[in-house]
Ligand binder design. Structure first.
Ligand SMILES: [Zn+2]
Length: 393
């Protein structure tokens, strides 16, 4: 028997037992008028359907025979949840909605069923209905109320309603939940990036300050603030802010380099740019820094110097990207057979590089070419970083 069917049978038997015990208990207190002493026939019909691997017919029979009491409510909730985790959210909605309509539920029980129903709607993609149910639960001083508030933040995040998501997070939640602090900083960054796109510098600045207040370690807020300063013409301020990134988290150095180059170019200070890159490279041997540095030297006609530098670093700690760039440098001065050999080699490194991801999620291992601030697989914020090592930086 498949595991899922077995689970249904177990749940079903638990319900039948709860129903029977509940009935026995009630009979001891108050003899129910006009009821039979036998277990409802419908339960056996439903069980038969389950054993014959016909869950659709079983669920219909089961809902029809639904007997809710304090002994069976947990199992009813679990049955609905099982449907949801199986990806059958329409059936989960039916079970939970049926349960929700029972007037015998206590206030806390009704809240729990409402919460599960909201999760069903979210799983079904009916976000507006889930939002309505969760909004009613938020503010209730109970574990369900708190769980609903966290789920509502998640819902607004899925809808990209960043402002609403920020407003839903309470100061207590921020204090107690590091993941929410990280997420809130990114919500503010999302809003700031939109304002920056419209050149609303003042509004973007306010949002980035808010992001940094949520999470002082938010690299994205630092990078956006530097880009904001650069956009406003303050290249010096942009450089000062960018140079915080190696202290915040050196793994993100590769993503700040282009803004750093742009800022020094605006100031027309190529010497200072070379010095800064040399300083970063001395502490953090990343291929991207080396390539940026060598490229500046090459453009200034200092080809041999660029070649020797890359050669030196590749001998100390090589990387595929570095070797590919080194071959390019050699190609500029090669001729004849040597050139043909180098081209073959470069073809190989190009192909290898094309296949290699450049970023990886520290939480779930998801790999990608581009940098995502939120992992598309595990949905964690700020968990994807440039890959370090032979196949990366
Ligand atoms: Zn991930």
């Amino acid at each position: 028997m498949p595991l899922e069917i077995l689970l249904f049978v177990v749940l079903f038997l638990a319900l039948a037992l709860g129903w029977w015990l509940g009935r026995k208990e009630r009979r001891r207190k108050l003899p129910p008028p006009g009821t039979t002493s036998e277990l409802s026939r419908d339960y056996f019909v439903g069980l038969n359907y389950l054993l014959n691997e016909q869950p659709d017919a079983a669920i219909e029979t089961f809902i029809k025979a639904l007997e809710v009491n304090s002994d069976t409510i947990e199992t009813h909730i679990a049955l609905g949840n099982l449907f949801r985790t199986r990806g059958e959210s329409d059936k989960a909605v039916r079970v939970h909605q049926n349960l929700f309509a029972r007037p015998s539920l206590t206030k806390e029980q009704a809240a729990r069923v409402q919460f599960e129903l909201a999760k069903d709607f979210m799983a079904a993609g009916l976000l507006d209905r889930a939002e309505r149910l969760l909004s009613e639960l938020v503010g209730q001083n109970s574990p369900t109320g708190q769980a609903s508030q966290i789920l509502l933040v998640d819902l607004y995040e899925r809808e990209k309603e960043w402002q609403k998501a920020i407003h839903t997070i309470s100061p207590t939640m921020l204090k107690e939940n590091l993941q929410l602090r990280k997420a809130a900083a990114h919500y503010a960054c999302e809003l700031a990036a939109t304002q920056l796109g419209k050149s609303n510098i003042a509004a973007a600045r306010k949002l980035l300050k808010q992001a940094a207040a949520f999470d002082a370690a938010c690299i994205r807020a630092t990078l956006l603030m530097a880009q904001l300063e650069l956009q406003g013409g303050s290249a010096k301020a942009a450089i000062r802010i960018l140079l915080r990134i190696p202290e915040q988290d050196p793994a993100y150095i590769p993503i700040m380099l282009q803004t750093l180059v742009d800022a020094y170019q605006l100031l027309d200070q190529p010497k200072e740019l070379v010095n800064t890159l040399e300083k970063i490279l001395a502490e953090h041997n990343y291929t991207s820094v080396l390539i940026h540095l060598a490229e500046i030297l090459r453009q200034k006609g200092r080809h041999q110097e660029a070649l020797e530098k890359v050669d030196y670093y590749m001998l100390r700690q090589g990387s595929l990207k570095g070797v590919d760039y080194l071959i390019n440098l050699y190609l500029h001065q090669a001729g004849g057979d040597e050139r043909a050999h180098l081209l073959t080699l470069r073809n190989l490194t190009h192909q290898l590089l094309q296949q290699k991801p450049e970023h990886q999620c520290g939480s779930c291992g998801f790999e990608s070419k581009q940098l995502y601030w939120q992992c598309p697989k595990c949905r964690e914020w700020g968990s994807i970083k440039p890959i370090i090592g032979v196949e990366g930086e």
